[in-house]
Write a protein that binds this ligand. Structure first.
Ligand SMILES: NC(=O)c1ccc[n+]([C@@H]2O[C@H](COP(=O)([O-])OP(=O)(O)OC[C@H]3O[C@@H](n4cnc5c(N)ncnc54)[C@H](O)[C@@H]3O)[C@@H](O)[C@H]2O)c1
Length: 358
């Protein structure tokens, strides 16, 4: 039976956060940082971005055990100008460093209209949309860029060079925080995120033929062969250019690794040295906030109400599918398969934490 058709175990979000926090604290993460990381990981599970949720815990803990991720690191923040901060993640969790950077960018934007954080010596921060949501919770627009380990070729190449680095941004809609009309774009510049290939591998499933090439440069539906080859950029050279853009802003600019030198989060042999680029923008710089929200709602209605192409049942705003999934999972819980629950419980047992209460 594939894991997709396997029976699901539904875990309430608060129990998921409790488990993740306990595992993190048992591995040397401070309670404050554990709370931030658990919130970000479970936010991905709630939004249906299962590839970047709590199932990442075993690989992150392996990095701590191997000594290549510093569980107890306290990021260092310094102001470069009144609106620009630099965060040194000190090889701690990317979630913590990015959270600190975005918070500083938001505070600057409240006073000056815009705030920018450059983050260096960081790690994988999972789903970019949680950083966008952090800004939305303070009524801010945002740009959220990161670089990542090599997976994509430069257009025309066959060597893994650029990361499948997501480009994300957001703007507040009509309702305050978490409402459907918020604009949240969060997309990897590949045909599919690499996490989806890891998930297919974990679940023993095939992948579509247009996602990746094997090591010989041939299309493949085998996730194992795909992981040994290269991901395909979306839109050919345009996706490849977006991946390079993420590296310019997150890697070159920050002083972190770039040009193919970021380490894969599943490779526990050396620090990752990821860079991030985070911007917060006050939406009521030129018009009032209420007018901005009204205009966003008008845009939303125009988009979702536009005439549908043949065979299309519904048109969605960017981020809307994930926001609908979140509402559903807040009620029903997060669906996991037995192997995923077992892997999390194994991590809990290692540190003497309580297993998932089901
Ligand atoms: N930290 C990292 O290094 C890293 C690397 C790769 C991916 N990721 C994460 O992986 C996740 C998945 O990325 P992805 O590119 O596979 O996402 P995706 O293809 O599922 O979605 C991309 C965007 O398209 C929108 N969308 C999807 N279907 C739609 C539809 N039918 N109508 C309207 N809009 C629609 C989504 O709301 C989203 O904004 C993201 O959260 C990303 O941040 C992280």
């Amino acid at each position: 039976m594939s894991e997709e058709s396997a029976p699901k175990i539904f875990v309430p979000a608060n129990e998921a956060r409790r488990l993740v926090q306990d595992i993190l604290k048992g591995n040397g993460v401070s309670p404050d940082h554990a709370a931030i990381i658990a919130r970000c990981l479970v936010a991905a599970d709630l939004r249906g971005v299962d590839t970047h949720g709590m199932n990442r815990i075993p690989s992150y803990m392996e990095r701590i055990r191997q000594g290549v991720l510093n569980a107890g690191a306290q990021p260092e923040l310094k102001h470069v100008t009144p609106v620009v901060v630099q965060v040194d993640g000190r090889n701690g969790f990317g979630f913590v460093a990015a959270h600190m950077g975005m918070q500083a960018a938001i505070e600057a934007a409240k006073v000056y209209g815009i705030g920018l954080a450059s983050v260096k010596h960081s790690n994988h921060f999972g789903m970019s949309a949680w950083v966008v949501q952090q800004a939305l919770d303070d009524n801010m627009m945002s740009l959220v860029f990161t670089n990542s380990s090599p997976a994509l070729p430069a257009w025309g190449g066959k060597e893994k060079l650029m990361g499948v680095s997501p480009i994300a941004c957001g703007a507040p809609g009509k309702g305050k925080g978490g409402d459907m009309e918020n604009f949240i774009l969060d997309m990897a510049p590949s045909v599919a995120a690499r996490g989806k290939i890891y998930k297919a591998k974990r679940r023993g499933e095939k992948i579509p033929l247009d996602w990746a090439l094997d090591s010989e440069g041939r299309p493949t539906d085998d996730p194992e062969a795909a992981l040994g080859g290269v991901m395909l950029p979306m839109g050919g050279p345009k996706g490849s250019a977006l991946a390079i853009m993420m590296d310019v802003f997150s890697g070159v600019l920050s002083g972190s690794a770039f040009a193919g030198h970021v380490t894969n989060p599943y490779d526990p042999s050396r620090p990752a040295d990821v860079g991030h680029f985070l911007v917060a923008v006050k939406p009521d710089l030129f018009i009032g906030l209420d007018e901005f929200r009204d205009r966003m709602e008008y845009l939303y209605r125009r988009v979702v109400g536009s005439e549908k192409a043949a065979g299309v049942e519904r048109i969605y705003f960017p981020g809307e599918i994930e926001q609908l999934t979140q509402r559903e999972r807040e009620r029903s819980g997060i669906p996991l398969v037995r192997a995923e629950v077992d892997a999390l419980n194994e991590e809990a047992r290692r540190v003497g934490a309580a297993e998932l209460k089901l």
